[in-house]
Design a protein around this ligand. Structure first.
Ligand code: NAD
Length: 372
């Protein structure tokens, strides 16, 4: 198979879909790997590293899209990239279609087959291609939140760990999945007083067993959220309903109940955000203020630590990428029900139920389109 990897063009996105090591593995199995010149530079991989792995470098994204049978990327294709997709071409990347009708309609119109990283599952019900980036974004959230809490950046001027004689910052994490657990771990490690809210009792039991007194947990209700945010210095939004838009858990009216200069970090912004006042921002201009409350809502947080993120993502995507290249998408999906869960679009049809529900579009069963 011809496997192509263009340079990411979303603002401030420095990750790349394939590492030289992943390219080398595909080449060793007889595939042809085509990389856009400079695609890996943001993550510290130059063209020579890909050439040494056996890949071919081309000058433009147009050449990658025109040549490749499968496009491997990081972020959802931008409008200009969507125009280059063609019928029968396979796209393997993050898509996040539920809050994005324009992208969904363009992908359907292109006739391509699109497998979304974020809806591929694993045997334990987890999301193995979302997990590494969730780990990164979760660990980054208290780091960027604590910077935003500084006075000069608009925050309350509160130090995460306090000092002897002065109490620590109060951090509330809504959603105790992968993002929330890693955020809570780092915030607690910085010395903050941390509470995690989740709707899942098994998850709360797990957090309690594993982390003990490092941080507290509460069952997530509107009442518990209202009580905790009123006393918080920082609230980290980390909820997920797989494939669907994030539920709005803090309203604009509730901002007036919070301390002036408190910080909201909405990690769930890539699914539309879990605070009513959230709107996606970029690394170039990450924070803004609403009613005295600071918001950090960068939709591609892992891009800030592109090298760590690229390697972590590549470790997770590579086995699926190789299976798709070796077998073709249909056979690979027939053989692996977890990869089949990633199928969102095929030949003008939507194949992922939660996206169809969010956007009001009819869905065809993925099992039907993969039938031999
Ligand atoms: N902004 C970024 O750069 C970035 C990077 C990675 C992940 N994300 C996003 O972060 C979010 C969380 O991802 P994750 O990997 O941690 O997901 P996850 O599935 O591991 O965890 C989500 C948790 O939210 C909980 N939840 C659902 N509804 C809830 C509610 N009403 N109240 C409290 N908890 C609730 C679930 O029980 C689950 O434990 C997703 O939207 C993901 O797309 C964003």
């Amino acid at each position: 198979m011809k496997v192509g990897c263009p340079k990411e063009i979303k603002p401030q996105e420095f990750r790349v879909g394939m590492t030289p090591n992943a390219a080398g593995e595909a080449v060793a199995r007889g595939h042809e790997v085509i990389i856009e010149s400079g695609a890996g530079l943001g993550a510290g991989f130059d063209n020579d590293a890909y050439v040494a792995a056996g890949a071919r470098i081309v000058d433009t994204a147009e050449e990658v899209f025109a040549t490749a049978d499968m496009i491997v990327k990081v972020k959802e294709p931008q409008a200009v990239e969507r125009k280059m997709l063609r019928e029968g071409q396979l796209l393997f990347t993050y898509l996040h279609l539920a809050p994005d009708p324009d992208q969904t309609h363009d992908l359907l119109a292109s006739g391509c087959t699109a497998i979304a990283y974020e809806t591929v599952t694993d045997a334990s019900g987890g999301l193995p291609l979302l997990a590494p980036m969730s780990e990164v974004a979760g660990r980054l959230a208290p780091q960027v939140g604590s910077w935003t809490l500084q006075k000069a950046n608009g925050g309350r001027g509160v130090l995460m760990g306090g000092v002897p004689g002065v109490g620590p910052a109060k951090v509330v994490v809504i959603g105790g999945g992968v993002v929330g657990t890693h955020a809570a771990k780092i915030a607690a490690g910085m010395g903050a007083d941390v509470t995690v809210l989740d709707r899942s009792l098994p998850r709360l039991r797990y957090l309690d067993d594993v982390f003990g007194a490092q941080f507290k947990n509460r069952y997530s209700t509107a009442g518990a959220t209202a009580e905790l945010i009123a006393d918080a210095d920082m609230v980290i939004g980390a909820v997920l309903i797989p494939g669907a838009a994030a539920p709005k858990l803090v309203s604009r009216a509730q901002l007036s109940t919070m301390k002036p200069g408190a910080v909201l970090v909405d990690v769930a912004i890539d699914q539309g955000g879990c605070f009513e006042t959230s709107r996606a921002t970029t690394h170039a201009d990450p924070i803004y203020e609403v009613d005295g409350i600071m918001h950090y809502c960068v939709a591609n947080m892992p891009g800030a630590v592109a090298r760590t993120s690229t390697i972590a993502l590549g470790n997770a995507t590579m086995p699926f990428m190789l299976s798709l290249a070796d077998k073709g998408w249909k056979q690979a999906c027939q053989d692996d029900p977890h990869l089949l869960e990633g199928l969102n679009v095929h030949a003008g049809q939507l194949t992922y139920y939660a996206v169809g529900k969010a956007l009001g579009i009819d869905v065809v069963s993925p099992n039907l389109v993969t039938k031999p």
